[in-house]
Design a protein around this ligand. Structure first.
Ligand code: NAD
Length: 497
């Protein structure tokens, strides 16, 4: 079964297609129990296609295939250089088809073409190439002990790794997960989000074409409660890498404890503070604050959703920031149209969730300075870029992750007060500081409890810089050399000489 459409749009002309089966042991197959998932286009609310839905039976088959592949044709059997070559081939194939991947992502996620093609695909490609380069550079250390003994370390793969990813950056998340896992010799069973499985399935066809041994990569769409639970409980999976909500992260850790104590790394939610000081460059602060909360319709785990503004710059900032939001509102719509830079949220469920956060904020006394309602487009799941003022630290809109284009602005007087309010959260993914004073920039970014800090910029992510959180935003790091560590376990070898 395949999904195929012809597009004739300003951004993309041509066909877009992908397989709709489960990719297990190098082949596309139906789910054992025959279930399917409806895949919706969020720009229209209409059905795009149906894909196979994995259950625990399919997970068992995929894990068995992966386990066999690990023993016979991957892992320590295959030199790093060979793994790297295959990864580079995969990257090259992706590059050759990149426009089609971008278009498929636009259809399934509602991302504007400029984001999908201009950001997601670029980062995906960079990530794959980067980890292709790592494959033959994973090695341990020699440790001098005493005259009679030599010790050295080996960085060995875990074996079968389970990977569960969300819907906000579907293909990019595939590359963040699969790149370092394969480079280090692991084999994977990856479950894309049930909401956005299409680019992952298309990617599976490239895995096939690149010539990976069957079973090294298995990609199985399915629901969290069935396929997701089966992956996190599976006794033959040694590590889980998860990106998604804090609630699900907890369940995955529990499942690990109840099953086989598999190693778990978690990239979870956030409520990242942006602190804008009186001495900030106003234009830059406005530009980056808008990028921070409105990119990908606010569906970014590092979104700058709490904005603390010092009293001296407050009025000027709010004015300019709301103009930026108003500008985006006029450029909201179909991802493929010229000039669209703001798309829908991903699903009816997310739309309802975002609207209920907006209603709750109004009920608590926050003022929607701009937005605060559904966009005038009646088809699809469009929310107006929204800025709440009059926010106080205890409000839900300041504490809870909305995962939509909704900013909560809080006024502050002193640096200490800003730091205290910014750290008053269970999350700790990221933060941003805007000031022209370098001492303050260093002091404040050091004082904030977050795994990533941006100074005079926001939510920029580089494939070679570690990505991950503090506190309930998770642990373990993706990207850069740090991800190599999270996909390997260290063996110490002692030799009596
Ligand atoms: P989610 O936790 O509901 O789903 C994420 C994935 O987990 C999906 O594939 C889903 O099917 C699966 N899942 C759901 N329940 C499961 C269970 N019980 N066991 C195993 N798997 C299960 O999150 P979402 O709504 O898809 O994504 C939005 C959330 O993800 C936000 O909270 C956001 O902050 C977070 N996120 C974090 C990062 C990061 O890197 N820190 C990146 C993107 C998204």
């Amino acid at each position: 079964e395949t999904f195929k459409v012809e597009l004739d749009t300003p951004a993309y002309k041509g066909s877009v297609s992908c397989n709709t089966g489960l990719f297990i042991n190098g082949k596309f197959v139906d789910a054992v129990e025959g279930g399917t998932i409806d895949v919706i286009n969020p720009s229209t609310g209409k059905l795009l296609t149906k894909v196979a839905a994995a259950t625990s039976k399919d997970v068992d088959i995929a894990v068995a295939a992966a386990k066999k592949a690990y023993k016979t044709s991957w892992g320590l059997k295959v030199p790093g250089a060979q793994r790297g070559e295959l990864l580079m081939k995969l990257a090259t194939l992706l590059e050759a088809n990149i426009d089609e991947f971008a278009a498929l992502e636009c259809l399934n996620v509602g991302k504007p073409w400029s984001e999908s093609r201009g950001f997601d695909m670029k980062l995906t490609l960079q990530t794959l190439k980067y980890y292709a380069g790592w494959a033959d550079k994973v090695h341990g250390h020699t440790i001098e002990t005493n005259e009679q003994k030599l010790a050295y370390t080996r960085h060995e793969p875990y074996g079968v790794v389970g990977q569960i990813i969300p819907w906000n950056y579907p293909l990019t998340m595939v590359s963040w997960k699969i790149g370092p896992a394969l480079a280090t010799g692991n084999v994977v069973v990856l479950k894309p989000s049930e909401i956005t499985p299409l680019t992952a399935l298309k990617f599976a066809s490239l895995v096939q074409e690149a010539g990976f041994p069957p079973g090294v990569v298995n990609i199985i769409p399915g629901y969290g409660s069935t396929a997701g639970t089966a992956i996190s409980m599976h006794p033959d999976i040694r590590k889980i890498a998860f990106t998604g909500s804090t609630l699900t992260g907890r369940k995955i850790q529990e499942a690990s404890a109840k099953s086989n104590l598999k190693v778990v790394t978690l990239e979870l939610g956030g409520k990242s503070p942006n602190i804008i000081f009186d001495d900030a460059d106003l234009d830059q602060a406005v530009k980056w604050a808008a990028i921070g909360i409105f990119s990908n319709s606010g569906q970014v785990c590092t979104a700058g959703s709490r904005i603390y503004v010092q009293e001296g710059i407050y009025d000027a900032f709010i004015q300019a920031f709301s103009e930026a939001a108003a500008g985006l509102n006029t450029k909201t719509g179909d991802p493929f149209s010229e000039g669209t830079i703001h798309g829908p949220v991903v699903s009816q469920t997310q739309f309802d969730r975002v609207m209920s956060h907006i209603d709750a904020a109004k009920a608590e006394g926050a003022i929607p300075f701009i937005g605060g309602e559904r966009h005038s487009l009646t088809e699809g799941f469009f929310v107006k870029p929204t800025i709440f003022t009059n926010c106080t630290p205890d409000m839900k809109i300041v504490q809870e992750e909305v995962f939509g284009p909704v900013a909560a602005v809080v006024k502050f007087k002193t640096e200490d007060e800003a730091i205290e309010m910014a750290n008053d959260t269970n999350y700790g993914l990221a933060c941003a500081v805007f000031t022209e004073n370098v001492s303050r920039a260093v002091r404040v970014s050091n004082a904030l409890e977050a795994g990533m800090a941006w100074v005079n910029c926001n939510i920029t992510t580089e494939y070679n810089v570690p990505f991950g959180g503090y506190k309930q935003s998770g642990y373990g790091r993706e990207l850069g050399a740090y991800a190599i560590d999270t996909y390997t376990q260290v063996k110490a070898v002692h030799i009596n000489v």
